[in-house]
Design a protein around this ligand. Structure first.
Ligand SMILES: *[C@@H]1O[C@H](CO)[C@@H](O)[C@H](O)[C@H]1NC(C)=O
Ligand SMILES: *[C@@H]1O[C@H](CO)[C@@H](O)[C@H](O)[C@H]1NC(C)=O
Ligand SMILES: CC(=O)N[C@H]1CO[C@H](CO)[C@@H](O)[C@@H]1O
Length: 530
C-alpha cells in the first residue's frame, strides 16, 4: 500500500515538473523589444545580436531543422528571412502556404531551436527573386505604379503586409506575444543609390506612408527600413553592404544595425563562381562591432536553391549558394562556418561591456585603430590594422601586439587576444561528391527522388498571332517562360545582289529584351544580349 501511494506521488510530481518546465520555455522569450541608440533592448536588456539569412523557400522543409541547428551551433542568435509575395499569392486572394512556402512552420522551428526571427516582409524584396517578389497580377491592376505614392499599389501592399502580420499574430509569434519574432522590415533598399530619386517628389510621401502603415499594424516589435537614410523616426534605418563600419544612423535614438552583409554573391549564368574569403568577412564584422555596431546579419547564412522559375533576372542561376557558411545543400562550409563561429564567441565575450557604453575609438597610427569598451567591471578592446599589405606591431595598454594586414584582434579583457580575424583555426574540409544515377535501377526503383521539369520555350504556335512590331513581353508570356518566339518569312531569290557580291547580311532587332537568339531556316545564326 505504502509503496503504491509513493509511486502515485512520484508520478504526480513528474507531471508537475514537466508542466513547470514547459511554462519556463514558453516565457523565456522576450515580452518586450525596444531599442535605444546602442542596441536592441530585449526584456530590458541591451543585446549584441548575430543574425543570418535563410530564405525558407530556398530549401525543403525537411532541411529546415538541420539548417537552423547548424546556425545555432555557428553562434547565431537570429534567423532572418524575406517573405515572398508572388509565392504566397500567385492568384489574387488565393493564398498558398504549403510545403516550402510554410512560413509559419519555419518560424516555429526557429522558435523551437531557441533563436529569434527577423521577418522582412517588403513586400518588394529584390532578393534575386523573380519580379522582386511581386505577383504578376499586380502588374495588370489598372493605374498601378509600383513602390510610389500610388493608391492602387498602396492598397495591395497594405493588404499583403497585413495578411502576413495577422498570420504571425494569430500564432502568437511576435516577441510581444511571447514568440520569437523580434523585428520586421517594410520596403527594401528603397533609399539606395538612385532608386528613390527616380520616383521624384512622390517618393518621400510613399516612404512615410510605408513606415506609418507598418507601425499601425501594431506588432509590438520594431520595424526597420534598410538603406533608407530618410526613414522617419518610427522605424530604424539600417545598413546593407560588404562593409558597414562607416555607417551612421540617421537618428541618435536608433542603434547601428547591419541587415545585409554579403557573405559572397549570387551566381549568374556564365559568370564566375563567387568567393569571398572568410578572413575578409570576419574583418568586416569585427570592424562593425569595433565601431559601435550591435546587430549584424549575414546575407546569406544559407543561400540554397532557386527552385522552379523563382530566380530573378537577368541570368541569375538556379543555385543561390552565395558562398555562404552553409552551402547550397546545407553542408557546413569550412573554414568559413568555423572561423565565424570563433569570431562570434569572441564578440560575445565582450557583450557586457559593448552594450554598456559607446566605444572610445582612438587612432594608434595611420592604419591602426583601437576601440575600447570600458565599464567598472569589464574592459574589452578591438585592435584593427586596415593596411592591406603590411603587418603592424602595436603597443596598447603597455603590451605589444602583432596585427596581420587587414585584420582585427579582439581582447575581451583589454589584454589577451581571444581572436584575430586573419588567423584561421578551424580546419578546411573538402567535400567529395558521389554520383548517383537518376535512372531506375534493375528492380525498377528510382535511386533518387529527383524530378525535372521542362520549361515551355516561348508560347506555342497554336497561340500565335500577327502584330506589327514588338509586344510587351511579360504580358504575352504571362511569365510562364522567359522566351517569346517571333517569326518572319522572307523569300530570297537566287539572284539577290547580296548573294552575288558576298557582303554580310545584318539582322536589326530593336528590343529592350535581355537576350535574343536568331534562327534562320531552323538553324541558330547568332545571339545578342543587352
Ligand atoms: C579615450 O581613450 C584615450 C586614449 O586612451 C584617452 O586619452 C581618453 O581619455 C579616453 N576617453 C574617454 C572618454 O574615456
Ligand atoms: C495585356 O494582355 C491582355 C490580354 O491578356 C490585353 O487585353 C492587354 O491589352 C495587354 N496589355 C498590354 C499593356 O499590352
Ligand atoms: C545595393 C545592393 O547591391 N544590394 C543588394 C544586396 O544584396 C541583395 C542580395 O544579394 C540584393 O537583393 C540587393 O540588390
Amino acid at each position: 500500500m505504502e509503496r503504491k501511494s509513493g509511486y502515485c506521488l512520484s508520478v504526480i510530481m513528474l507531471v508537475f515538473g514537466v508542466v513547470f518546465l514547459h511554462c519556463l520555455v514558453m516565457t523565456s522569450f522576450a515580452a518586450s523589444v525596444t531599442y535605444d541608440h546602442r542596441a536592441l533592448v530585449i526584456d530590458g536588456k541591451r543585446r549584441v545580436l548575430i543574425s543570418g539569412s535563410i530564405h525558407y523557400p530556398r530549401s525543403t522543409p525537411d532541411m529546415w531543422p538541420d539548417l537552423i541547428q547548424k546556425s545555432k551551433d555557428g553562434g547565431l542568435d537570429v534567423i532572418e528571412t524575406y517573405v515572398f509575395w508572388n509565392l504566397h499569392e500567385p492568384v489574387r486572394n488565393l493564398y498558398d502556404f504549403e510545403g516550402r512556402k510554410d512560413l509559419i512552420n519555419f518560424v516555429k522551428l526557429v522558435e523551437k531551436a531557441g533563436l529569434f526571427v527577423h521577418i522582412r516582409i517588403g513586400p518588394y524584396v529584390c532578393a534575386e527573386w523573380n519580379y522582386g517578389g511581386f505577383p504578376l497580377w499586380l502588374h495588370f491592376i489598372p493605374g498601378i505604379e509600383f513602390r510610389t505614392d500610388n493608391e492602387p499599389f498602396k492598397a495591395e501592399m497594405k493588404r499583403f503586409t497585413t495578411k502576413i502580420v495577422d498570420m504571425i499574430k494569430q500564432e502568437n509569434l511576435f516577441a510581444s506575444q511571447g514568440g520569437p519574432v523580434i523585428l520586421s522590415q517594410i520596403e527594401n533598399e528603397y533609399g539606395n543609390g538612385d532608386i528613390e530619386s527616380r520616383y521624384g517628389p512622390r517618393a518621400k510621401p510613399y516612404v512615410n506612408w510605408a513606415a506609418s502603415m507598418a507601425t499601425t499594424l501594431d506588432t509590438g516589435v520594431p520595424w526597420v527600413m534598410c538603406q533608407q537614410p530618410d526613414a522617419p523616426p518610427s522605424v530604424i534605418n539600417t545598413c546593407n553592404g560588404f562593409y558597414c563600419d562607416q555607417f551612421k544612423q540617421n537618428s541618435d535614438k536608433t542603434p547601428k544595425m547591419w541587415t545585409e552583409n554579403w557573405t559572397g554573391w549570387f551566381l549568374s549564368f556564365g559568370g564566375p563562381v563567387p568567393y569571398r574569403p572568410v578572413e575578409d568577412i570576419a574583418f568586416a564584422v569585427a570592424r562593425f562591432f569595433q565601431r559601435g555596431g550591435t546587430f549584424q546579419n549575414y546575407y546569406m547564412y544559407h543561400g540554397g536553391t532557386n527552385f522552379g522559375r523563382t530566380s530573378g533576372g537577368p541570368f541569375i542561376a538556379t543555385s543561390y549558394d552565395y558562398d555562404a557558411p552553409l552551402d547550397e545543400y546545407g553542408l557546413i562550409r569550412q573554414p568559413k562556418w568555423g572561423h565565424l563561429k570563433d569570431l562570434h564567441k569572441a564578440i560575445k565575450l565582450c557583450e557586457a561591456a559593448m552594450v554598456a557604453t559607446d566605444p572610445n575609438i582612438t587612432s594608434l597610427g595611420s592604419t591602426i585603430e583601437a576601440s575600447v569598451y570600458k565599464t567598472d567591471s569589464q574592459c574589452a578592446a578591438f585592435l584593427a590594422n586596415t593596411a592591406t599589405q603590411s603587418d603592424a606591431a602595436v603597443s596598447f595598454n603597455g603590451n605589444s601586439y602583432h596585427l596581420p594586414p587587414w585584420s582585427v584582434s579582439i581582447l575581451p579583457d583589454c589584454k589577451n587576444v581571444a581572436f584575430n580575424t586573419a588567423k584561421i583555426n578551424s580546419v578546411s574540409t573538402i567535400s567529395t561528391f558521389v554520383t548517383q544515377s537518376s535512372e531506375a535501377d534493375a528492380s525498377g526503383a528510382s535511386l533518387s527522388g529527383w524530378t525535372s521539369v521542362n520549361e515551355p520555350v516561348g508560347i506555342s504556335s497554336e497561340n500565335a498571332f500577327t502584330r506589327m512590331g514588338l509586344v510587351e513581353q511579360i504580358n504575352i508570356t504571362a511569365d510562364k517562360s522567359d522566351y517569346l518566339w517571333y517569326s518572319l518569312s522572307v523569300n530570297i531569290k537566287n539572284d539577290e545582289p547580296f548573294l552575288q557580291d558576298g557582303s554580310a547580311t545584318v539582322l536589326h532587332v530593336k528590343t529592350l529584351g535581355h537576350v535574343l537568339h536568331a534562327f534562320i531556316n531552323g538553324k541558330l545564326s547568332g545571339n545578342g544580349n543587352k
